[in-house]
Write a protein that binds this ligand. Structure first.
Ligand SMILES: [Zn+2]
Ligand SMILES: [Zn+2]
Length: 300
């Protein structure tokens, strides 16, 4: 299981029952929060997200529509008696902002909060089953996208076949890594005769707020699922560019160039009540495009 649940799909101002940006990325082993706009924890309750499972929060940038829900969430965790550590990654002075908020309220914290400052593109988390990297987008202030890679599992051994070929148990780990087995007489047992390939690595890429930026292709290339902001329709391209945002068509062009599996679009301007045109416009360029709908989970 590797999925993305949308909590908020709007840009700066909440409108038409849409909320500022926030998403939950879930795997069998992790629950990550990506951005935490105002109302994110109310949305979590509405969509039955288990807040206590969130271990890491990734904030793309310090525009309010991406982090104004954070102080509330952190405080609630304390009131709910959380004891496990919480890690927060972000560019800019988020630590100072949040610590001042907590200090002013003399907030009691029964758990430890760790802030990790993002200053460059690179690896943020590298665990046995999951890797999280960040990459810079082009926005009015410093902003990052995040790439979540569910690592490839080892090859699967076929129990009957290894018995039939009489391969010693001491070689099983090497088989899982893909090695061929060579008998003492020089006979080679090909790895693919006795193992099955693991499914390929799965990748979800979240592009934070950004202008159309071709260099993002290299970060999102081949991803199974990509989220890209589309604040405006393409007839507002000039406004989009001047405000360091993208249009629906531009997001689709990037997805097409990067050869991704599926594109999710969001961060809609509050000037739009209906969103159908965003999907229509993007699909003219990249067919497998979907509106990131609040409360819906998309599988990677
Ligand atoms: Zn934004
Ligand atoms: Zn922004």
């Amino acid at each position: 299981m590797f999925s993305v649940t949308i909590l908020g799909n709007n840009s700066a101002v909440p409108a038409y029952d849409r909320h500022p940006t926030s998403q939950v990325v879930s795997t069998n082993h992790h629950t990550f929060l990506v951005d935490c706009g105002e109302g994110a924890q109310i949305q979590m309750m509405k969509y039955k997200i288990r807040r206590s499972r969130i271990s890491h929060i990734f904030i793309s940038h310090l525009h309010g529509d991406h982090f104004f829900g954070l102080a509330g969430l952190i405080t609630s965790f304390g009131l709910l008696g959380r004891t496990q550590d919480l890690h927060i990654f972000s560019p800019g002075p988020l630590k100072e902002i949040i610590e001042l908020q907590l200090k002013a309220g003399e907030t009691l914290m029964p758990y430890q909060l760790f802030f990790h400052s993002i200053q460059n593109a690179g690896v943020l988390l590298d665990e046995e089953k999951m890797k999280v990297e960040c990459f810079k987008t082009t926005h009015r202030i410093e902003c990052y996208g995040f790439k979540f890679t569910e690592k490839k599992k080892p090859r699967k051994i076929d129990g009957d076949k290894i018995k039939a070929y009489d391969i010693p148990a001491t070689f099983y780990e090497r088989l899982k890594e893909g090695a061929d087995y060579t008998r003492q007489n020089g006979e080679v047992i090909k790895n693919e005769w006795v193992t099955e390939a693991a499914p390929h690595e799965k990748i979800y890429a979240y592009c934070g707020d950004t202008r159309y930026e071709e260099k993002l292709v290299r970060y999102i290339k081949g991803a199974d699922l990509v989220y890209h902001e589309t604040t405006y329709l393409d007839n507002k391209r000039e406004i989009a560019e001047s405000r360091f945002h993208s249009t629906s068509r531009q997001a689709a062009e990037l997805a097409k160039k990067a050869g991704v599996g599926k594109l999710l679009i969001g961060h809609f301007s509050s000037r739009y009540e209906k969103l159908d045109d965003f999907e229509t416009e993007a699909r003219e360029v990249f067919e497998n495009t979907f509106i990131a709908t609040e409360g819906v989970s998309y599988f990677v």
